[in-house]
Design a binder for this molecule. Structure first.
Ligand code: Z5A
Length: 205
């Protein structure tokens, strides 16, 4: 049985991940590929409980190291109990966010040293990485304006604009560091424009 492919989609708030995920699943289905859709933090029973703790406003302040370790605790559960078994069955896995989010939010946003994140990455993942990451890039103001009408913000969404600017810059830096894996996609224009770029990239897999 051939191992499935692992695709992740990432980006700042309002970049259009959820919107494009629907297209990606349909597109791969037309090619006869079975896709397991999942998300981070979360994707497993334990992971979803950790997600609730991480995102709930009632959690209050949390040390940045604690936040990082909880992200990786959820990720360990996700990789061991959901992603790996699916790939070994020959399914493809599409994850809404993955380790690049930790480098962007806890590294760029919170200012944690990348070497500390890399230690946890090595522990949890060894040399396992996504086959492809679709990084939807949009200026923070545009992304925020798209999600404004959603109402109540979660614990991380409550951060100030400059936090999200640092997150975006960290994503861009990672796409330059790993140009073969991370495909930077301009998501500032129409939904259709983003979809067209994604279809071209998926055809290369
Ligand atoms: N996090 C972390 O800190 N560290 C980690 O390691 C991990 C995660 C894994 C999870 O949130 C939070 O966890 C996230 C990072 C942190 N925190 N924050 N803040 P999430 O992933 O569950 O939710 P999100 O990132 O906040 O998703 P989102 O805001 O829903 O963004 P989206 O999925 O990219 O957007 P969307 O729902 O597809 O689109 C939003 C709206 O814009 C919607 O009305 C669309 O119709 C519209 N849209 C989309 N594309 C377009 C275009 N091109 N033009 C116009 N309008 C558009």
């Amino acid at each position: 049985m051939e191992r499935g492919k692992f695709i992740t989609i990432d980006g700042v708030e309002g970049a259009g991940k959820s919107t494009q995920i629907k297209f990606i699943c349909e597109y791969l289905k037309t090619k006869g590929i079975h896709v397991v859709l999942t998300r981070e933090p979360g994707g497993t029973e334990v992971g979803e409980k950790i997600r609730a703790l991480l995102l709930s406003n009632s959690t209050g302040q949390m040390h940045a190291d604690t936040e990082l370790m909880l992200m990786f605790a959820a990720r360990n559960e996700h990789v061991q109990n959901k992603i790996m078994p699916a790939l070994e069955r020959g399914d493809w896995v599409l994850s809404d966010r993955f380790t690049d989010s930790s480098y962007a939010y806890q590294g760029g946003g919170r200012g944690l040293d990348n070497s500390r994140i890399a230690q946890l990455e090595l522990w949890v993942m060894q040399d396992f990485t996504p086959d492809m990451t679709l990084l939807l890039d949009v200026p923070v103001e545009i992304g925020m304006s798209r999600v404004e009408s959603r109402g109540k913000k979660d614990r991380i969404e409550m951060e100030a604009m400059d936090f999200f600017d640092r997150v975006r810059q960290a994503y861009i830096a990672r796409s330059k560091e790993f140009p073969d894996r991370i495909k930077l996609i301009d998501s500032s224009q129409t939904i259709e424009h983003t979809t067209e770029q994604i279809a071209v990239i998926l055809d290369t897999l």
